[in-house]
Structure formats: structure tokens, C-alpha cells
Design a binder for this molecule. Sequence first.
Ligand SMILES: Nc1ncnc2c1ncn2[C@@H]1O[C@H](COP(=O)(O)OP(=O)(O)OC[C@H]2O[C@@H]([n+]3cccc(C(=O)O)c3)[C@H](O)[C@@H]2O)[C@@H](O)[C@H]1O
Ligand SMILES: Nc1ncnc2c1ncn2[C@@H]1O[C@H](COP(=O)(O)OP(=O)(O)OP(=O)(O)O)[C@@H](O)[C@H]1O
Ligand SMILES: NC(=O)CC[C@H](N)C(=O)O
Length: 556
Amino acid sequence: MTQRFRLTLAQLNPTLGAIDENAALARAAWAESRDAGADMIAFPEGFLTGYQPQDLVMRTAFWRDAMDAADRLARDCADGPAIGIGAPFHGGRDLFNAYYILEGGKVRLRVTKQVLPNETVFDEKRLYTPGPDQGPFRIGPLLIGTPICEDAWWPGVCATMTAAGAEILLVPNGSPYFRGKMPIRHAHMRDRAAETGRAVIYLNLVGGQDDQVFDGGSFGVNPGAENGGDIAFQLPAFDEALAHIDLTETGAGWRIDPGERAPLPAEWEADYRAMVLSLADYMRKTGFSRVLLGLSGGIDSAIVAAIATDALGPDNVRCVMLPSEFTTETSLDDARAVAEALGCRYDIIPIAGPRAAVTEALAPLFNGTEPDVTEENIQSRLRGVLLMALSNKFGEMLLTTGNKSEGAVGYATIYGDMAGGYNPIKDLYKTRVFETCRWRNANHRPWMKGPAGEVIAPRVIDKPPSAELRADQKDEDSLPPYEVLDRVLDGLIDREASVAELVAEGFDRAVVKKVEGLIFTSEYKRFQSAPGTRLTPRSFWLDRRYPMVNRWRDNS
Ligand SMILES: Nc1ncnc2c1ncn2[C@@H]1O[C@H](COP(=O)(O)OP(=O)(O)OC[C@H]2O[C@@H]([n+]3cccc(C(=O)O)c3)[C@H](O)[C@@H]2O)[C@@H](O)[C@H]1O
Ligand SMILES: Nc1ncnc2c1ncn2[C@@H]1O[C@H](COP(=O)(O)OP(=O)(O)OP(=O)(O)O)[C@@H](O)[C@H]1O
Ligand SMILES: NC(=O)CC[C@H](N)C(=O)O
């Protein structure tokens, strides 16, 4: 008789540190898998604690809680499908990033991660001891090998598990999003399937955790000439999914029965979805439901208002215009139009009165000085004071709206417009902000809680960017045009190119040197900036760590 195996994949969204809640999610999913006749249910890497726990996992009380929860989960789910679930394991001396196999009311074994990622946002070598070589385990008719995430990005662990008898490879992942990552995952898993001749099942987390977004998109690959390493099934990106996958012993080995092939979002949609999901989850998981932001009539605050509305719904977003004498009628009209198009609450608080009060208070000390950027920044800081007062009074989290171009060169007022708890566009260059607005105006999806249509008027997108802190101010008075600036930033930050390399690519040396100087001297601002959605492998936080005191300059 043909042998078959039913595996439930739990592409779900745990909350970091909510160990009991995560275990409850696991129990509910396990009950569904039992009712669907599954032999096993698999959860992603680190599911029981949430991922990444960072230094929290080194606390004895934390890993003990997680290990106790795994024991309880095993007892609660004694009679039914086996469970695979990610959690830390402390073996008395060493701490491991482990995958627990629960069966028959007990923790049957733990597979430990061998290849510890230690680049970009990962510091696993600092946290865990690498596991030894391990073979597969048997569930019913099937010998399963479970390389854990980074283990499967390289040939070695999969080859060893296969040599030890693994008939399929089930890869639990905690793989955070960056733009264009899905084809990289497909390529790695196809390579493992081709090298080992085994079906490979890739299972990822979903959900936001601080700056990172786990984008799901679990899939399976069959090896072999008949389908050339084809994707046998593809679960959706960014959505939770509980999928029952069937495998059949074909004579040539165990193969995945073809299943659902969810379409994957293209680049602009994926970035936008990542910003919406990370904000929604940051709010929900920290216990907030409402936000506010300063809406200036400019493009950055407009796209942040749209993202917030899509994440939380228009009733949970307050837009506040805080005009000064430099705020134009156009800005007032544009801000109102954006708030109305999104259906959000719109308040106006003029800052002339508080500004006069601050000017008067400082007058005895400022006597004899000329007005300069100091006075400009006071406006920005007063906005921060007023917005934070609303935040305190009404329990709304303040969103800050600086894009990656501004963050890179320090074009923002510290303790002013940088005030805020989260910044969804922190990793989005200004030229991408323009395109993202156009994308949102032209596209609507069921997961967006905001209205369809042209929510950001074209003139908000098309007008020259201005901070409006003095008369006729334009960003281009202080910075190279964004089309040039963003390409130089891409070179210096995302590609870590040298000055000489950028000059060889055709950039003006003086411009490159100016931008380099701005980047290095504004490190202190980024250190004090709000967290925000990570969209690239060079976001400002864990991906790129530079000193604040630094006199080195690239003289190539
Ligand atoms: N290495 C260091 N470590 C720690 N602190 C350091 C520091 N260097 C300066 N500082 C501190 O930082 C201060 C200078 O930074 P800051 O006060 O921000 O002032 P600053 O960077 O001089 O001015 C803000 C800039 O942001 C622009 N901007 C663009 C867009 C929007 C807005 C807006 O506000 O809406 C503003 C504005 O036009 C201006 O060019 C210094 O006075 C000093 O207190
Ligand atoms: N008149 C204003 N009313 C409300 N908020 C403001 C006002 N001016 C600035 N802000 C807040 O400060 C942030 C920095 O804005 P500013 O206009 O100075 O530069 P920007 O980076 O071009 O942003 P934007 O494109 O949103 O205007 C804005 O995104 C907004 O949140
Ligand atoms: N958790 C992990 O081991 C993740 C590392 C892996 N390279 C990824 O980002 O997908």
C-alpha cells in the first residue's frame, strides 16, 4: 500500500515573551491538525518564545519558562499528531537554539541549531552554542531531518542529515523580510533538494517584532527530473496560514503532493505590506491601538498617515496640523485633503503662541544674537512637545516620519520632528517614498484598513520637498537633489562602496564627500532615533553599527 504522511504547517504569528499565549496558539493549531488527520504539526523556529529574543534568552528564568512550557505542551497534546516547535534548550552547561519534538505526552528529543547566523540583525554566536551533527527522527513511516533556518542556507547540515537517513528535510525558520529575499530562499532550498535528492519543506514565521518583519511565505520543493526542483506548494506571504501538506512515498523517495500556490507580492507591495504589518504588530504587541502624527501637507507625513490608516483603521489615526507663520495655504489645504481622503480625525494647533512664549523666555540670553537654525528648530521641537502632550493625554502613540535619506544625512531636528515611538518609513529612501505613494494611490488590497483610491493628492507628491521652517525653504537648499542623494546613499550605505568607487561610477567627488561627512557626523542622531520597519539588509539599527565618535574619513 502507498505510504502517506500528513504534515500541518503552522505559519503563525507569536508574540515575543508571551510564552503562555504562544503555547495556547500552538495547542489550538494542534487540535486543528489532529481533526485534519495529521501525523505531525510543525511550528517555525523560536515559536514558543517568539523570535528573536536577543539577550532575553540568556536569562535562566526565561529559558526555564520556555522549557517548562514545552513540557506542558507535550503533556497537553499527548494523544494525536507529534509536534515540532522552536524554543531554547539549556543542557546544564550550554544554551542552544533548539527544535523540540513532542510526542506521546513527552519531549521526545531536541534538534539543536548548528550554523549560528552572526551578520545583519543576527548575533546568535553571542547567544548560543552550536549543536553537534545530528541525524533524523522517525514519526510514523517517515524519517525527518530538521535543519534549523541558517543550517539550511549551506549544504553541510542537510548533507549530514541525509547521509544519516533523513527521507525529507523540514526547515523551521525565523527569517525576517528584506526586499527581494523570497527568490533567495527559493534558490537555497532548491539547491538543498537537488544536492540531497530529498523533498525540502521551508516553514517561516509571520509578524512584526520591533524593526523586523517575518513574512511567512512557507513553501515546499521536490527534487528530481520530473519537476526539476519545482515549488510544490507556496503559502501566502505576510498572512498567517495553517496548511495540511501531504507527502507520498513514490518509490523514488518521499515527495510532496502538489498543493496551493499563493501568489507572492511584487516589490512595492511587499515593502508597503511590511510597513503596515510591522506597525500593526508593534502597536498590538505593545498594547496600543491608536496613533497620532504631525501632518504637514508634505509627502512623508502623508505616506505615514496612509500606512497607519491601513494598519489600524481611520478611526485610530489622529492627524495634527501645527502651522507656523511659514506654513503655506497649500500645505494647510493638502494636509486637510490627505486626512479627509483617509477618513482620519484632523486637528489644527497653531504654534505661534507657544513660539512667542519661548522666544520671550530666551530673549534675555539671546539678546545680541542673530536668528539662525536655533529658531527654526524651536518650531520643530514645539511640535514635538504638543504632539507628545496629546500622546500622554489620549494614549495615542506618536509616529515619527523621517525617511531613510533624511535619517542618513541627519536632516531632522533631534528632540523635534524626531520625537516619536515608531517610524514605518525609517528604511525607505525619499525617492521610494514618492513611488510608494503612487503605488498606494493606484492599488488597494483586502488587508488595507484604509479606503481605496487616490488618498495622497498628486500635488503632495509632485511639489518640491520643504521643511517650512523659514520662508521659501526647500530641501535642495541644503542637500543634493534626492535623485542624486539617494544613489550616493545607496553606494555609501547599502553597498558600502568607497568614495573612489563612486567617483569612478560618475558621481561628483565633492557631492560624495559632502554626503559622506553628513552621514558620519549624524551617527548620534540615528542612535537616538525611533525604531522603524526594516526593509533592507542595511537598515539603521542592527544591520549597520558605526561609532558616534569617529574622525576617520575615506580619502580614496
Ligand atoms: N556628536 C554629537 N553627539 C551628541 N549631540 C550632538 C552631537 N553633535 C551635535 N549634537 C547636538 O545636536 C544639536 C544639533 O542638532 P539639531 O538640534 O537637530 O540641529 P541641526 O542638525 O543643526 O538642525 C536640524 C536640521 O534638520 C533640518 N530639518 C529637515 C527636515 C525637517 C526638520 C524639522 O525639524 O521639521 C528639520 C533643518 O532644516 C536643519 O538643517 C547640537 O546643538 C548639539 O546639541
Ligand atoms: N506644519 C506642520 N504641522 C504638523 N506637522 C508638521 C508640520 N511641519 C512639520 N511637521 C512634522 O514634522 C515632520 C518633518 O517635516 P518637514 O515638513 O519639516 O519635513 P519633511 O521631511 O519634508 O516631511 P513632510 O514631507 O511630511 O513635510 C513632518 O513629517 C511632520 O510630521
Ligand atoms: N534565523 C536564522 O537562522 C535566519 C538566517 C537566515 N539566513 C535568514 O535570514 O533567513
